[in-house]
Design a protein around this ligand. Structure first.
Ligand code: COA
Length: 326
């Protein structure tokens, strides 16, 4: 069977750095609290001129360059995001145009932070079935735009970035082996944005009530996240007859260092095989796994033939895991 091999990765983080010390001036918090509870020291925030597609295009350009390809070589684009440029057209649609691609198909995947795994799964399916030879998968967010900067429970966590991976049909061993996707909206009230959709269309009232900001029950979400994370990562390994010992690198969604540590412990995965960069980027939603993948690849942490386990969770709730051979 054909595999979707990752032949180039790219990432882009906005220039502006917001440190914990900067946040101390905005809300009642402290560097010590933020670092101890989340592992975050600083995050990037897009400037006013940058929308999600602008970040996505920069990450995609780097991924294409590293793959030795030009935009015309791409057959389809999938963008995972929760912070689309507009309600419509899709962010992927803007990326298609701004990159200068042919009139290829493009689609956004909405699955909150798990859109990283969802977008990779959607892209790799098109490649595996032989429909498309090369698919550009992107995770991109400007979560700062749906952040209430007076809410200390969320503003210390959320951030902006984009990452991209070019998938190409390959008959070799390397590529996406499998991806498992899950959702359960019984927990939707743990993380959501109520305003602007068909349930609560944008109005003066919704804006006054702050309904265009992300709402989170952090403590409850924490517990659900640790459980889902560990379960789905273990399940995908087991189904493939693999164990934690076979995994060279575990790249989890970077939501909170304590969640990552608890999930790794539950899985029996030593932290020296877990990739962490949340200290410098915060929670970049659907972008986080792509950004981490790029950093792991460009710093030599990933070597050809390595077995890589990815796992994410997010609002909805949604969660999922993927296995790939680098
Ligand atoms: N600075 C200082 N104090 C803060 C704070 C901040 N930024 N945010 C919350 N607090 C306070 C709370 O008000 C609470 O005070 P109280 O005890 O007087 O009521 C106290 O700290 C403890 O709050 P709690 O929510 O129980 O802390 P926590 O240990 O659960 O950590 C999170 C909070 C948000 C860091 C943590 O729950 C978390 O990361 N949850 C998951 C969030 C997540 O991953 N979301 C994205 C999913 S993709």
């Amino acid at each position: 069977m054909m595999r979707a091999r990752i032949i180039g990765v790219g990432a882009y983080a906005p220039k502006r750095i917001v440190t914990n010390a900067d946040l101390e001036k905005m809300v009642d918090t402290s560097d010590a609290w933020i670092f101890q509870r989340s592992g975050i020291r600083e995050r990037r925030v897009a400037d006013e001129s940058e929308a999600t597609s602008d970040l996505a295009v920069k990450a995609a350009q780097q991924a294409l360059e590293r793959a030795g390809l030009v935009p015309d070589d791409i057959d389809f684009i999938v963008v995972g995001t929760t912070t689309a440029d507009m309600q419509f057209p899709s962010t992927a649609n803007f990326v298609q145009h701004k990159l200068g691609c042919r009139r290829i198909g493009s689609v956004d995947v909405w699955a909150a932070c798990t859109a990283s795994i969802y977008s990779l799964a959607v892209g790799s399916q098109f490649v595996q079935t032989g429909k498309y030879r090369r698919v550009l998968c992107i995770g991109a967010e400007t979560l700062s735009r749906i952040t209430d900067w007076t809410d200390r429970g969320t503003c210390v966590l959320l951030a902006d970035a984009a990452g991209a991976a070019v998938l190409e049909a390959s008959e070799g061993e390397s590529g996406v082996i499998d991806a498992d996707l899950y959702s359960d909206a019984r927990h939707w009230e743990l993380l959501y944005m109520p305003g602007g959709g068909s349930r609560n269309p944008a109005s003066h009232e919704t804006v006054t009530a702050g309904m265009h900001y992300a709402k989170m029950k952090g403590n409850e979400l924490f517990k659900v996240a640790v459980r889902m994370f560990g379960e789905c990562a273990g399940a995908i390994l087991e189904r493939h007859g693999l164990g934690v010992r076979d995994v060279d690198l575990f790249i989890p969604h970077q939501a909170n260092l304590r969640i990552i540590e608890a999930a790794a412990k539950r899985l029996g995965m030593p932290m020296d095989r877990v990739f962490v960069n949340i200290d410098r980027y915060g929670n970049t939603g659907a972008a986080s796994i792509y950004v981490a993948l790029e950093e792991a690849a460009s710093t030599g942490r990933l070597k050809r033939g390595d077995l890589v386990l990815l796992a994410a969770f997010g609002g909805g709730v949604t969660w999922g895991a993927a296995l790939l051979r680098w």
